[in-house]
Design a protein around this ligand. Structure first.
Ligand code: ADP
Ligand code: MG
Length: 241
């Protein structure tokens, strides 16, 4: 790892009925990381993100954010400590405009003012190439534009660490390239990312470190070049595990 640890999950477990969705996972994110979190559908990626962002409380294990132990705390506590996330299925306000969607998280920040939040929203919409659709209702955007807007909403929290859950799924290749570029630029300007995807190829274009899940467990963690050829990873992807 390159920098200080932003978040550390240890011994994380989460069951749903008979299913061990996350089954004893250690996962730490260092400042400056750009981690690709991959694994077949149902392997526990989203559940792990939920545990690391306050959307689910673990059955066992701890989550430490900076120096605070936060396992089980609600998402706003994580957001206040610089953690934001996007969802696999976008969670926008469909009948509000793109700009209004940006203002909602923007105005939840302490000491935020309407003009200040509006100026930041416009700047991020510009950065995400969404200025021209600023006054459209969010439900009228394409799938890819909705993913960009979700990233914009997360950025309005001015997070240090962003978890993006399947940002490329169902996104037109042109917009996917745009999204990849924006993530790279945000990373270069100092933000830390964990990007979930089930498609190894898109993630290999950006990840500095790959973490692979299979059946609720972490089966590989390291530089993409090493992980890619790992026998357990190949087996998981061939459906043999
Ligand atoms: P991934 O994101 O890798 O596709 P998930 O974390 O969504 O995997 O799911 C891991 C396992 O936990 C799957 O078997 C899924 O069906 C189950 N699961 C996830 N969330 C719930 C839930 N809220 N209730 C019941 N089962 C769930
Ligand atoms: Mg998922």
């Amino acid at each position: 790892m390159t920098g200080d640890v932003l978040v550390r999950g240890e011994g994380l477990r989460k069951r749903f009925g008979g299913i061990a969705a996350v089954d004893g996972v250690d996962f730490a994110v260092a400042r400056g990381d750009l981690i690709g979190l991959i694994g077949p559908n149902g392997s526990g990626k989203t559940t792990l993100i939920n545990l690391l962002t306050g959307h689910l409380a673990p059955d066992a294990g701890t989550v430490v954010l900076g120096r605070a132990t936060v396992a089980g705390a609600p998402p706003y506590v994580f957001a206040g400590l610089g953690v934001a996330r996007t969802f696999q299925l976008t969670q926008l306000f469909g009948r509000m405009t793109v700009l209004e969607n940006m203002l909602v998280p923007g105005l939840t920040r302490p000491h935020s003012t309407w003009p200040g939040a509006a100026a930041r929203a416009r700047a991020y919409l510009d950065f995400l190439n969404l200025s021209h659709v600023m006054h459209l209702e969010a439900k009228n955007l394409s799938g890819g534009q909705q993913k960009l807007l979700e990233l914009g909403r997360a950025l309005m929290l001015e997070p240090t660490l962003l978890f993006l859950d399947e940002p490329f799924a169902g996104v037109h290749p042109h917009l996917r390239d745009e999204l990849i570029k924006r993530i790279q630029e945000l990373h270069a300007s100092g933000r830390t990312f964990v990007v979930v995807d089930h498609d190894m190829e898109s993630i290999l274009r950006i990840a500095r470190r790959l973490v692979v899940m299979a059946r609720g467990r972490k089966i590989a963690d390291g530089p993409p070049g090493d992980v890619r050829g790992d026998a357990a990873v190949l087996a998981a992807y061939a459906g043999l595990q």
